[in-house]
Design a protein around this ligand. Structure first.
Ligand SMILES: NC(=O)c1ccc[n+]([C@@H]2O[C@H](COP(=O)([O-])OP(=O)(O)OC[C@H]3O[C@@H](n4cnc5c(N)ncnc54)[C@H](O)[C@@H]3O)[C@@H](O)[C@H]2O)c1
Ligand SMILES: O=C(O)CC[C@@H](O)C(=O)O
Length: 529
Protein backbone atom coordinates (compact mmCIF):
# COMPACT_ATOMS: atom_id res chain seq x y z
CA UNK A 1 0.00 0.00 0.00
CA UNK A 2 1.31 3.47 -0.84
CA UNK A 3 2.29 5.60 2.11
CA UNK A 4 0.39 8.89 2.28
CA UNK A 5 2.01 11.94 3.82
CA UNK A 6 -0.53 14.70 4.30
CA UNK A 7 0.79 18.26 4.59
CA UNK A 8 -1.89 20.72 5.74
CA UNK A 9 0.06 23.94 6.35
CA UNK A 10 2.48 25.86 4.15
CA UNK A 11 5.92 24.41 4.64
CA UNK A 12 9.05 25.19 2.66
CA UNK A 13 9.40 23.24 -0.59
CA UNK A 14 12.74 22.00 0.75
CA UNK A 15 10.75 19.87 3.22
CA UNK A 16 8.43 18.57 0.49
CA UNK A 17 11.52 17.56 -1.52
CA UNK A 18 12.81 15.53 1.45
CA UNK A 19 9.41 13.84 1.97
CA UNK A 20 9.31 12.96 -1.72
CA UNK A 21 12.49 10.89 -1.37
CA UNK A 22 10.53 8.20 0.49
CA UNK A 23 9.86 5.37 -1.98
CA UNK A 24 6.22 4.40 -2.55
CA UNK A 25 4.94 7.51 -0.85
CA UNK A 26 2.63 10.25 -2.03
CA UNK A 27 2.98 13.72 -0.57
CA UNK A 28 -0.47 15.26 -0.48
CA UNK A 29 -0.32 19.01 0.16
CA UNK A 30 -3.75 20.39 1.10
CA UNK A 31 -3.59 23.69 2.93
CA UNK A 32 -6.49 25.74 4.27
CA UNK A 33 -8.73 22.72 4.90
CA UNK A 34 -11.91 23.22 6.89
CA UNK A 35 -12.26 20.97 9.97
CA UNK A 36 -14.61 18.64 8.10
CA UNK A 37 -12.31 18.49 5.05
CA UNK A 38 -9.42 17.64 7.37
CA UNK A 39 -11.39 14.70 8.81
CA UNK A 40 -11.72 13.27 5.30
CA UNK A 41 -8.12 13.94 4.25
CA UNK A 42 -6.61 12.41 7.39
CA UNK A 43 -8.52 9.12 7.16
CA UNK A 44 -5.93 7.24 5.08
CA UNK A 45 -2.81 9.29 5.95
CA UNK A 46 0.23 7.58 7.46
CA UNK A 47 1.89 10.86 8.39
CA UNK A 48 0.66 14.42 8.93
CA UNK A 49 2.84 17.53 8.70
CA UNK A 50 1.58 20.80 10.19
CA UNK A 51 2.79 24.23 11.29
CA UNK A 52 0.59 26.18 13.69
CA UNK A 53 -2.54 26.77 11.60
CA UNK A 54 -3.88 23.22 11.59
CA UNK A 55 -5.53 22.21 14.85
CA UNK A 56 -5.10 18.50 15.37
CA UNK A 57 -7.97 17.67 17.70
CA UNK A 58 -8.99 14.41 19.31
CA UNK A 59 -11.62 14.13 16.59
CA UNK A 60 -9.00 14.46 13.85
CA UNK A 61 -6.89 11.79 15.55
CA UNK A 62 -9.90 9.49 15.88
CA UNK A 63 -10.63 9.91 12.16
CA UNK A 64 -7.09 8.89 11.24
CA UNK A 65 -7.10 5.17 10.64
CA UNK A 66 -3.44 4.66 9.68
CA UNK A 67 -1.64 7.60 11.22
CA UNK A 68 1.78 6.77 12.68
CA UNK A 69 3.35 10.18 13.08
CA UNK A 70 2.47 13.86 13.29
CA UNK A 71 5.32 16.22 12.45
CA UNK A 72 5.23 19.85 13.61
CA UNK A 73 7.42 22.09 11.46
CA UNK A 74 8.31 24.29 14.44
CA UNK A 75 8.60 24.12 18.22
CA UNK A 76 5.20 24.49 19.92
CA UNK A 77 2.87 21.48 19.72
CA UNK A 78 -0.03 23.17 21.49
CA UNK A 79 -2.13 22.91 18.29
CA UNK A 80 -1.92 19.11 18.60
CA UNK A 81 -3.93 17.09 21.13
CA UNK A 82 -0.88 15.33 22.50
CA UNK A 83 -2.82 13.19 24.94
CA UNK A 84 -5.12 11.84 22.22
CA UNK A 85 -2.14 11.17 19.92
CA UNK A 86 -0.26 9.39 22.70
CA UNK A 87 -3.23 7.19 23.58
CA UNK A 88 -3.51 6.13 19.96
CA UNK A 89 0.23 5.42 19.90
CA UNK A 90 0.85 8.16 17.34
CA UNK A 91 4.30 9.65 17.57
CA UNK A 92 4.50 13.44 17.66
CA UNK A 93 7.76 15.00 16.55
CA UNK A 94 8.82 18.62 16.23
CA UNK A 95 11.70 20.67 14.90
CA UNK A 96 12.89 22.28 18.11
CA UNK A 97 15.83 24.41 17.04
CA UNK A 98 15.32 25.27 13.37
CA UNK A 99 13.57 28.57 14.16
CA UNK A 100 15.35 29.58 17.36
CA UNK A 101 17.36 32.39 15.78
CA UNK A 102 14.38 33.66 13.79
CA UNK A 103 12.27 33.88 16.98
CA UNK A 104 15.10 35.50 18.96
CA UNK A 105 15.70 38.08 16.21
CA UNK A 106 11.97 38.81 15.97
CA UNK A 107 11.90 39.35 19.74
CA UNK A 108 14.79 41.75 19.43
CA UNK A 109 13.19 43.54 16.51
CA UNK A 110 10.07 43.94 18.67
CA UNK A 111 12.09 45.26 21.63
CA UNK A 112 13.96 47.85 19.55
CA UNK A 113 10.78 48.82 17.73
CA UNK A 114 9.07 49.38 21.08
CA UNK A 115 12.00 51.37 22.47
CA UNK A 116 12.15 53.62 19.39
CA UNK A 117 8.44 53.72 18.34
CA UNK A 118 9.45 52.60 14.86
CA UNK A 119 6.07 51.28 13.63
CA UNK A 120 4.15 54.25 15.08
CA UNK A 121 6.61 56.78 13.66
CA UNK A 122 6.44 55.02 10.31
CA UNK A 123 2.62 55.13 10.31
CA UNK A 124 2.70 58.81 11.29
CA UNK A 125 5.17 59.74 8.57
CA UNK A 126 3.25 57.82 5.92
CA UNK A 127 0.17 59.76 7.02
CA UNK A 128 1.99 62.92 5.93
CA UNK A 129 3.47 64.10 9.25
CA UNK A 130 7.02 64.95 10.32
CA UNK A 131 6.82 64.63 14.14
CA UNK A 132 10.41 64.43 15.39
CA UNK A 133 9.47 65.41 18.96
CA UNK A 134 6.59 62.98 19.32
CA UNK A 135 8.65 59.83 18.82
CA UNK A 136 11.53 60.22 21.25
CA UNK A 137 12.50 56.76 22.43
CA UNK A 138 14.67 55.11 25.07
CA UNK A 139 17.99 53.28 24.80
CA UNK A 140 18.37 49.61 25.61
CA UNK A 141 21.83 50.17 27.07
CA UNK A 142 21.68 50.26 30.85
CA UNK A 143 18.13 48.92 31.01
CA UNK A 144 17.07 45.73 32.77
CA UNK A 145 15.54 42.93 30.73
CA UNK A 146 13.66 40.09 32.44
CA UNK A 147 13.59 36.91 30.38
CA UNK A 148 10.93 34.47 31.54
CA UNK A 149 11.94 31.08 30.13
CA UNK A 150 15.63 30.61 29.50
CA UNK A 151 15.47 27.79 26.96
CA UNK A 152 16.76 27.95 23.41
CA UNK A 153 15.12 31.24 22.40
CA UNK A 154 15.42 32.92 25.81
CA UNK A 155 19.14 32.16 25.78
CA UNK A 156 19.65 33.67 22.32
CA UNK A 157 17.73 36.78 23.39
CA UNK A 158 19.95 37.02 26.50
CA UNK A 159 23.13 36.87 24.42
CA UNK A 160 21.93 39.69 22.19
CA UNK A 161 20.76 41.79 25.14
CA UNK A 162 24.19 41.50 26.75
CA UNK A 163 25.79 42.87 23.58
CA UNK A 164 23.38 45.83 23.79
CA UNK A 165 24.61 46.57 27.32
CA UNK A 166 21.48 45.43 29.15
CA UNK A 167 21.31 43.83 32.59
CA UNK A 168 19.61 40.49 32.08
CA UNK A 169 17.54 38.69 34.72
CA UNK A 170 16.63 35.11 33.88
CA UNK A 171 13.69 33.25 35.39
CA UNK A 172 13.46 29.56 34.62
CA UNK A 173 13.18 26.65 37.06
CA UNK A 174 15.78 24.77 35.02
CA UNK A 175 18.32 27.59 34.87
CA UNK A 176 21.36 26.61 36.91
CA UNK A 177 23.59 29.15 38.64
CA UNK A 178 26.54 27.98 36.49
CA UNK A 179 24.68 28.38 33.23
CA UNK A 180 23.34 31.79 34.27
CA UNK A 181 26.86 32.89 35.11
CA UNK A 182 28.30 31.63 31.85
CA UNK A 183 25.66 33.66 29.97
CA UNK A 184 26.19 36.75 32.13
CA UNK A 185 22.59 36.48 33.32
CA UNK A 186 21.37 36.98 36.90
CA UNK A 187 19.23 34.04 37.95
CA UNK A 188 16.06 35.39 39.48
CA UNK A 189 12.64 34.43 40.78
CA UNK A 190 9.58 35.56 38.85
CA UNK A 191 8.45 38.39 41.14
CA UNK A 192 11.92 39.89 41.60
CA UNK A 193 12.54 39.76 37.86
CA UNK A 194 9.32 41.50 36.86
CA UNK A 195 9.62 44.11 39.65
CA UNK A 196 13.10 45.15 38.51
CA UNK A 197 12.62 45.04 34.74
CA UNK A 198 12.27 47.85 32.20
CA UNK A 199 11.57 45.25 29.51
CA UNK A 200 9.99 41.83 30.03
CA UNK A 201 9.98 39.09 27.41
CA UNK A 202 8.39 35.64 27.76
CA UNK A 203 9.90 32.50 26.20
CA UNK A 204 8.17 29.56 27.88
CA UNK A 205 5.81 27.03 26.36
CA UNK A 206 2.12 27.52 27.16
CA UNK A 207 1.33 25.08 29.98
CA UNK A 208 -1.02 24.99 32.96
CA UNK A 209 1.74 26.71 34.95
CA UNK A 210 2.51 29.41 32.39
CA UNK A 211 -1.11 30.20 31.43
CA UNK A 212 -1.61 33.85 32.46
CA UNK A 213 1.80 33.82 34.16
CA UNK A 214 1.55 37.57 33.56
CA UNK A 215 -1.86 38.68 34.82
CA UNK A 216 -3.26 41.86 36.36
CA UNK A 217 -1.65 41.03 39.73
CA UNK A 218 1.79 40.59 38.19
CA UNK A 219 1.40 43.72 36.06
CA UNK A 220 0.63 45.67 39.24
CA UNK A 221 4.05 44.64 40.61
CA UNK A 222 5.91 45.99 37.57
CA UNK A 223 7.62 49.37 37.16
CA UNK A 224 5.54 52.20 35.76
CA UNK A 225 6.33 52.39 32.04
CA UNK A 226 7.50 48.79 31.67
CA UNK A 227 7.53 47.35 28.14
CA UNK A 228 6.39 43.77 27.51
CA UNK A 229 7.07 41.39 24.63
CA UNK A 230 5.48 38.04 23.83
CA UNK A 231 6.88 36.08 20.89
CA UNK A 232 6.27 32.73 22.60
CA UNK A 233 2.63 31.73 22.97
CA UNK A 234 -0.69 33.50 23.34
CA UNK A 235 -2.14 32.89 26.79
CA UNK A 236 1.10 33.30 28.75
CA UNK A 237 0.05 36.93 29.19
CA UNK A 238 -3.54 37.79 30.08
CA UNK A 239 -4.37 39.90 27.02
CA UNK A 240 -7.27 41.77 28.62
CA UNK A 241 -5.21 42.72 31.68
CA UNK A 242 -2.43 43.86 29.34
CA UNK A 243 -4.82 45.97 27.26
CA UNK A 244 -6.14 47.65 30.45
CA UNK A 245 -2.60 48.38 31.65
CA UNK A 246 -1.65 49.79 28.25
CA UNK A 247 -4.67 52.10 28.27
CA UNK A 248 -3.80 53.31 31.79
CA UNK A 249 -0.14 53.87 30.84
CA UNK A 250 1.15 51.48 33.51
CA UNK A 251 2.64 49.51 30.62
CA UNK A 252 4.33 51.92 28.20
CA UNK A 253 4.27 49.52 25.29
CA UNK A 254 3.72 45.93 24.34
CA UNK A 255 4.87 43.95 21.33
CA UNK A 256 2.88 40.82 20.76
CA UNK A 257 3.34 38.18 18.05
CA UNK A 258 1.14 35.40 19.42
CA UNK A 259 -2.41 35.44 20.72
CA UNK A 260 -4.79 33.36 22.80
CA UNK A 261 -6.94 32.95 19.73
CA UNK A 262 -5.46 33.27 16.24
CA UNK A 263 -6.16 34.98 13.89
CA UNK A 264 -6.69 37.95 16.23
CA UNK A 265 -10.36 38.98 16.38
CA UNK A 266 -11.18 42.31 14.75
CA UNK A 267 -12.71 43.62 17.99
CA UNK A 268 -9.87 42.42 20.22
CA UNK A 269 -9.00 45.07 22.86
CA UNK A 270 -5.31 45.04 21.92
CA UNK A 271 -6.26 46.33 18.47
CA UNK A 272 -7.69 49.43 20.17
CA UNK A 273 -4.44 50.29 22.03
CA UNK A 274 -2.11 52.88 20.55
CA UNK A 275 1.13 51.77 22.14
CA UNK A 276 1.21 48.22 20.84
CA UNK A 277 3.04 46.49 18.05
CA UNK A 278 1.18 43.43 16.80
CA UNK A 279 2.53 40.91 14.30
CA UNK A 280 0.57 37.90 12.99
CA UNK A 281 2.65 35.07 14.51
CA UNK A 282 5.75 35.87 12.49
CA UNK A 283 8.43 34.78 14.96
CA UNK A 284 9.49 31.82 12.84
CA UNK A 285 8.76 33.45 9.49
CA UNK A 286 12.15 33.74 7.88
CA UNK A 287 13.25 31.94 4.76
CA UNK A 288 16.04 30.29 6.71
CA UNK A 289 13.90 29.15 9.64
CA UNK A 290 11.17 27.77 7.40
CA UNK A 291 13.71 25.80 5.40
CA UNK A 292 15.35 24.53 8.58
CA UNK A 293 12.16 23.36 10.26
CA UNK A 294 10.68 21.87 7.10
CA UNK A 295 13.83 19.88 6.35
CA UNK A 296 14.28 18.86 9.98
CA UNK A 297 10.73 17.59 10.39
CA UNK A 298 10.64 15.96 6.94
CA UNK A 299 13.87 14.07 7.60
CA UNK A 300 12.48 12.82 10.89
CA UNK A 301 9.18 11.75 9.28
CA UNK A 302 11.07 9.80 6.64
CA UNK A 303 13.11 8.10 9.38
CA UNK A 304 9.96 7.19 11.33
CA UNK A 305 8.21 5.80 8.25
CA UNK A 306 11.32 3.76 7.47
CA UNK A 307 11.29 2.41 11.05
CA UNK A 308 14.65 4.04 11.55
CA UNK A 309 15.86 6.09 14.53
CA UNK A 310 14.60 9.65 15.04
CA UNK A 311 15.56 12.38 17.48
CA UNK A 312 12.85 14.84 18.34
CA UNK A 313 9.87 12.90 19.66
CA UNK A 314 7.64 14.94 21.94
CA UNK A 315 5.77 11.96 23.41
CA UNK A 316 8.68 9.53 23.79
CA UNK A 317 11.83 9.96 25.87
CA UNK A 318 14.67 11.24 23.76
CA UNK A 319 17.81 9.14 23.78
CA UNK A 320 21.31 10.03 22.68
CA UNK A 321 22.75 7.95 19.80
CA UNK A 322 25.04 6.24 22.37
CA UNK A 323 22.05 5.36 24.58
CA UNK A 324 20.14 4.02 21.58
CA UNK A 325 23.04 1.83 20.54
CA UNK A 326 23.46 0.48 24.05
CA UNK A 327 19.75 -0.17 24.48
CA UNK A 328 19.05 -1.88 21.15
CA UNK A 329 20.02 -5.44 22.19
CA UNK A 330 17.91 -5.25 25.37
CA UNK A 331 14.70 -4.32 23.56
CA UNK A 332 13.92 -7.91 22.50
CA UNK A 333 14.68 -9.22 26.01
CA UNK A 334 12.46 -6.61 27.68
CA UNK A 335 9.56 -7.15 25.30
CA UNK A 336 9.73 -10.96 25.54
CA UNK A 337 9.83 -10.76 29.34
CA UNK A 338 6.76 -8.49 29.28
CA UNK A 339 4.93 -10.92 27.00
CA UNK A 340 5.98 -13.84 29.22
CA UNK A 341 4.81 -11.98 32.36
CA UNK A 342 1.40 -11.23 30.80
CA UNK A 343 0.79 -14.95 30.22
CA UNK A 344 2.07 -15.84 33.65
CA UNK A 345 -0.18 -13.28 35.30
CA UNK A 346 -3.71 -14.63 34.66
CA UNK A 347 -5.37 -11.67 36.36
CA UNK A 348 -4.60 -7.99 36.53
CA UNK A 349 -1.71 -6.94 38.76
CA UNK A 350 -1.99 -3.52 40.38
CA UNK A 351 1.74 -3.13 40.94
CA UNK A 352 4.74 -4.20 38.88
CA UNK A 353 8.42 -3.76 39.69
CA UNK A 354 10.93 -3.93 36.89
CA UNK A 355 14.50 -4.33 38.09
CA UNK A 356 17.44 -3.56 35.82
CA UNK A 357 20.80 -4.81 37.04
CA UNK A 358 24.41 -4.60 35.90
CA UNK A 359 24.86 -3.55 32.26
CA UNK A 360 21.08 -3.30 31.80
CA UNK A 361 20.81 -0.62 34.51
CA UNK A 362 22.09 2.46 32.65
CA UNK A 363 19.54 5.30 32.63
CA UNK A 364 17.31 5.11 29.56
CA UNK A 365 14.51 7.59 30.26
CA UNK A 366 12.13 4.70 30.95
CA UNK A 367 12.49 3.27 27.46
CA UNK A 368 12.99 -0.36 28.52
CA UNK A 369 10.03 -0.18 30.90
CA UNK A 370 7.88 1.04 28.01
CA UNK A 371 9.19 -1.98 26.10
CA UNK A 372 8.27 -4.37 28.94
CA UNK A 373 4.77 -2.84 29.01
CA UNK A 374 4.52 -3.03 25.22
CA UNK A 375 5.07 -6.78 25.56
CA UNK A 376 2.78 -7.07 28.59
CA UNK A 377 -0.22 -5.20 27.17
CA UNK A 378 0.57 -6.24 23.59
CA UNK A 379 -0.44 -9.77 24.60
CA UNK A 380 -3.98 -8.58 25.20
CA UNK A 381 -4.24 -5.76 22.67
CA UNK A 382 -1.86 -7.05 19.95
CA UNK A 383 -0.96 -4.40 17.34
CA UNK A 384 -2.44 -1.47 19.26
CA UNK A 385 0.30 -1.07 21.88
CA UNK A 386 3.58 0.62 21.08
CA UNK A 387 6.35 2.61 22.82
CA UNK A 388 4.28 5.78 22.63
CA UNK A 389 1.14 4.55 24.37
CA UNK A 390 2.42 1.66 26.56
CA UNK A 391 2.39 3.82 29.73
CA UNK A 392 -1.17 4.91 29.00
CA UNK A 393 -2.26 1.26 28.85
CA UNK A 394 -0.67 0.75 32.28
CA UNK A 395 -2.42 3.85 33.67
CA UNK A 396 -5.75 2.77 32.25
CA UNK A 397 -5.32 -0.71 33.76
CA UNK A 398 -4.53 0.85 37.17
CA UNK A 399 -1.05 -0.73 37.07
CA UNK A 400 1.57 1.16 39.06
CA UNK A 401 4.99 0.51 37.62
CA UNK A 402 8.17 0.96 39.58
CA UNK A 403 11.70 0.84 38.19
CA UNK A 404 14.63 -0.34 40.30
CA UNK A 405 18.24 -0.07 39.13
CA UNK A 406 20.99 -2.13 40.69
CA UNK A 407 24.62 -1.73 39.78
CA UNK A 408 25.31 -5.50 39.78
CA UNK A 409 23.26 -8.47 38.65
CA UNK A 410 22.75 -11.23 41.19
CA UNK A 411 24.30 -13.83 38.87
CA UNK A 412 24.68 -12.33 35.40
CA UNK A 413 26.41 -9.21 34.08
CA UNK A 414 23.02 -7.94 32.91
CA UNK A 415 19.59 -8.85 34.23
CA UNK A 416 16.04 -7.63 33.79
CA UNK A 417 13.43 -8.93 36.26
CA UNK A 418 9.70 -8.36 36.40
CA UNK A 419 7.86 -8.94 39.69
CA UNK A 420 4.13 -8.57 40.21
CA UNK A 421 1.27 -10.01 42.22
CA UNK A 422 -2.28 -10.79 41.13
CA UNK A 423 -5.19 -12.41 42.97
CA UNK A 424 -3.85 -15.69 41.55
CA UNK A 425 -0.39 -15.29 43.12
CA UNK A 426 2.99 -13.53 42.95
CA UNK A 427 5.46 -14.04 40.17
CA UNK A 428 8.94 -13.02 39.19
CA UNK A 429 10.56 -13.67 35.86
CA UNK A 430 14.14 -12.69 35.04
CA UNK A 431 16.14 -12.71 31.86
CA UNK A 432 19.60 -11.93 30.65
CA UNK A 433 21.22 -11.24 27.34
CA UNK A 434 24.06 -13.55 26.35
CA UNK A 435 26.24 -12.09 23.63
CA UNK A 436 26.35 -15.48 21.81
CA UNK A 437 22.83 -16.82 22.27
CA UNK A 438 20.62 -13.73 22.75
CA UNK A 439 17.83 -13.28 25.33
CA UNK A 440 17.37 -16.08 27.86
CA UNK A 441 15.12 -16.64 30.80
CA UNK A 442 17.29 -17.26 33.86
CA UNK A 443 14.92 -17.27 36.81
CA UNK A 444 11.28 -18.10 37.23
CA UNK A 445 9.43 -17.55 40.50
CA UNK A 446 12.69 -17.85 42.42
CA UNK A 447 13.94 -20.99 40.62
CA UNK A 448 17.05 -20.84 38.44
CA UNK A 449 16.25 -21.76 34.82
CA UNK A 450 18.30 -21.29 31.66
CA UNK A 451 16.38 -21.30 28.39
CA UNK A 452 16.07 -19.10 25.32
CA UNK A 453 13.06 -16.83 25.83
CA UNK A 454 11.27 -17.79 22.62
CA UNK A 455 8.84 -20.27 21.10
CA UNK A 456 6.00 -22.16 22.79
CA UNK A 457 6.49 -23.02 26.45
CA UNK A 458 4.65 -24.93 29.13
CA UNK A 459 5.39 -23.92 32.70
CA UNK A 460 4.33 -26.00 35.69
CA UNK A 461 4.73 -25.72 39.44
CA UNK A 462 4.10 -29.03 41.10
CA UNK A 463 4.85 -31.22 44.08
CA UNK A 464 8.33 -32.68 43.92
CA UNK A 465 7.44 -36.35 43.83
CA UNK A 466 8.25 -39.25 41.52
CA UNK A 467 6.37 -39.56 38.23
CA UNK A 468 5.23 -35.92 37.83
CA UNK A 469 7.45 -35.12 34.86
CA UNK A 470 6.52 -38.39 33.15
CA UNK A 471 2.79 -37.77 33.57
CA UNK A 472 2.96 -34.28 32.13
CA UNK A 473 5.04 -35.64 29.23
CA UNK A 474 2.46 -38.39 28.63
CA UNK A 475 -0.45 -35.94 28.59
CA UNK A 476 1.36 -33.78 26.03
CA UNK A 477 2.35 -36.86 24.02
CA UNK A 478 -1.28 -38.08 23.97
CA UNK A 479 -2.18 -34.72 22.44
CA UNK A 480 0.55 -35.22 19.77
CA UNK A 481 2.64 -32.41 21.23
CA UNK A 482 6.37 -33.01 20.96
CA UNK A 483 8.68 -31.75 23.73
CA UNK A 484 11.78 -30.04 22.34
CA UNK A 485 13.52 -28.90 25.54
CA UNK A 486 13.12 -29.12 29.27
CA UNK A 487 14.42 -27.38 32.39
CA UNK A 488 13.50 -28.41 35.93
CA UNK A 489 14.31 -26.85 39.27
CA UNK A 490 13.54 -27.26 42.95
CA UNK A 491 14.74 -25.84 46.22
CA UNK A 492 14.50 -28.95 48.40
CA UNK A 493 13.62 -32.60 47.91
CA UNK A 494 9.92 -33.24 48.37
CA UNK A 495 8.96 -29.55 48.30
CA UNK A 496 7.81 -27.64 45.23
CA UNK A 497 9.40 -28.16 41.83
CA UNK A 498 9.08 -26.21 38.59
CA UNK A 499 9.37 -27.32 35.00
CA UNK A 500 9.66 -25.27 31.84
CA UNK A 501 9.19 -27.15 28.60
CA UNK A 502 9.57 -25.94 25.05
CA UNK A 503 7.13 -27.68 22.76
CA UNK A 504 6.71 -27.83 18.99
CA UNK A 505 3.12 -26.62 18.74
CA UNK A 506 0.46 -24.69 20.64
CA UNK A 507 -1.07 -26.50 23.59
CA UNK A 508 -4.89 -26.46 23.46
CA UNK A 509 -6.74 -25.28 26.58
CA UNK A 510 -8.25 -28.72 27.22
CA UNK A 511 -4.74 -30.21 27.50
CA UNK A 512 -3.69 -27.43 29.89
CA UNK A 513 -6.86 -28.10 31.94
CA UNK A 514 -6.07 -31.79 32.02
CA UNK A 515 -2.54 -31.13 33.28
CA UNK A 516 -3.90 -28.66 35.85
CA UNK A 517 -6.36 -31.21 37.21
CA UNK A 518 -3.64 -33.76 37.76
CA UNK A 519 -2.87 -34.64 41.38
CA UNK A 520 0.16 -32.67 42.62
CA UNK A 521 0.03 -29.93 39.96
CA UNK A 522 -0.19 -26.51 41.59
CA UNK A 523 -0.06 -24.30 38.53
CA UNK A 524 0.27 -24.65 34.79
CA UNK A 525 0.62 -22.05 32.06
CA UNK A 526 0.99 -22.23 28.31
CA UNK A 527 3.15 -19.34 27.14
CA UNK A 528 3.66 -18.33 23.51
CA UNK A 529 6.41 -15.86 22.65
N1 LIG B 1 6.45 33.24 17.65
C1 LIG B 1 6.86 32.19 17.02
O1 LIG B 1 6.64 32.01 15.85
C2 LIG B 1 7.65 31.16 17.78
C3 LIG B 1 8.74 30.55 17.15
C4 LIG B 1 9.45 29.58 17.84
C5 LIG B 1 9.08 29.25 19.13
N2 LIG B 1 8.01 29.85 19.70
C6 LIG B 1 7.61 29.56 21.08
O2 LIG B 1 8.62 30.07 21.93
C7 LIG B 1 8.60 29.35 23.16
C8 LIG B 1 10.01 28.99 23.56
O3 LIG B 1 10.61 28.16 22.59
P1 LIG B 1 12.05 27.49 22.86
O4 LIG B 1 12.46 26.86 21.60
O5 LIG B 1 12.95 28.45 23.51
O6 LIG B 1 11.64 26.36 23.89
P2 LIG B 1 12.55 25.66 24.98
O7 LIG B 1 11.86 24.41 25.33
O8 LIG B 1 13.95 25.58 24.49
O9 LIG B 1 12.52 26.66 26.21
C9 LIG B 1 11.41 26.84 27.03
C10 LIG B 1 11.91 27.16 28.42
O10 LIG B 1 10.81 27.52 29.23
C11 LIG B 1 11.09 27.06 30.52
N3 LIG B 1 9.87 26.99 31.31
C12 LIG B 1 8.92 26.06 31.24
N4 LIG B 1 7.96 26.33 32.14
C13 LIG B 1 8.35 27.46 32.79
C14 LIG B 1 7.77 28.23 33.82
N5 LIG B 1 6.61 27.88 34.38
N6 LIG B 1 8.44 29.32 34.24
C15 LIG B 1 9.61 29.67 33.68
N7 LIG B 1 10.21 28.98 32.69
C16 LIG B 1 9.57 27.88 32.26
C17 LIG B 1 11.73 25.71 30.31
O11 LIG B 1 12.47 25.29 31.43
C18 LIG B 1 12.61 25.98 29.10
O12 LIG B 1 13.92 26.34 29.48
C19 LIG B 1 7.67 28.18 22.92
O13 LIG B 1 6.41 28.51 23.45
C20 LIG B 1 7.58 28.09 21.43
O14 LIG B 1 6.39 27.48 21.01
C21 LIG B 1 7.29 30.81 19.06
O1 LIG C 1 4.78 27.70 12.14
C1 LIG C 1 5.05 28.84 12.49
O2 LIG C 1 5.35 29.74 11.72
C2 LIG C 1 5.07 29.17 13.97
C3 LIG C 1 6.10 28.38 14.69
C4 LIG C 1 6.22 28.70 16.14
O3 LIG C 1 5.08 29.14 16.73
C5 LIG C 1 6.80 27.54 16.87
O4 LIG C 1 6.35 27.23 17.97
O5 LIG C 1 7.75 26.95 16.35
Amino acid sequence: MTTKILVTDDISSAGIDVLSTLPDATVDVQTGLSPSELLVAIADADALVVRSQTTVTEQVIAAAKRLKVIGRAGVGVDNIDLEAATRRGILVINAPDGNTIAAAEHTFAMMISLARHIPAANRDLLAGNWNRKKWVGVELRGKTLAILGMGRIGTEVAKRAKVFGMTVLGYDPFLTEDRAQSLGVQKSDLDSAIRAADFITVHTPLTKETHHMIDAGKIAMMKEGVRIINCARGGIIDERALADALRLGKVAGAAIDVFESEPLALDHPLRQCENVILTPHLGASTVEAQENVAIQVAEEIVQVLRDDTFEHAVNLPSLSPRQKERLAPYLALAEQLGLFAAQLAQGAPSQMTVTYAGDAADPDGGYLTRTVLKGFFGFQYSGEVNYVNALRYAEDAGLRVQEVRESRGRVYTNEISISFATDAGSHRVSGTLYSESGPRIVELDGYPIDMPIEGILVYTRHEDKPGMIGRIGTLLGDAQINIAGMQVGRRETGGEAVMLLTVDKSVPNNVIDEIASHDGIRMVRAIEL
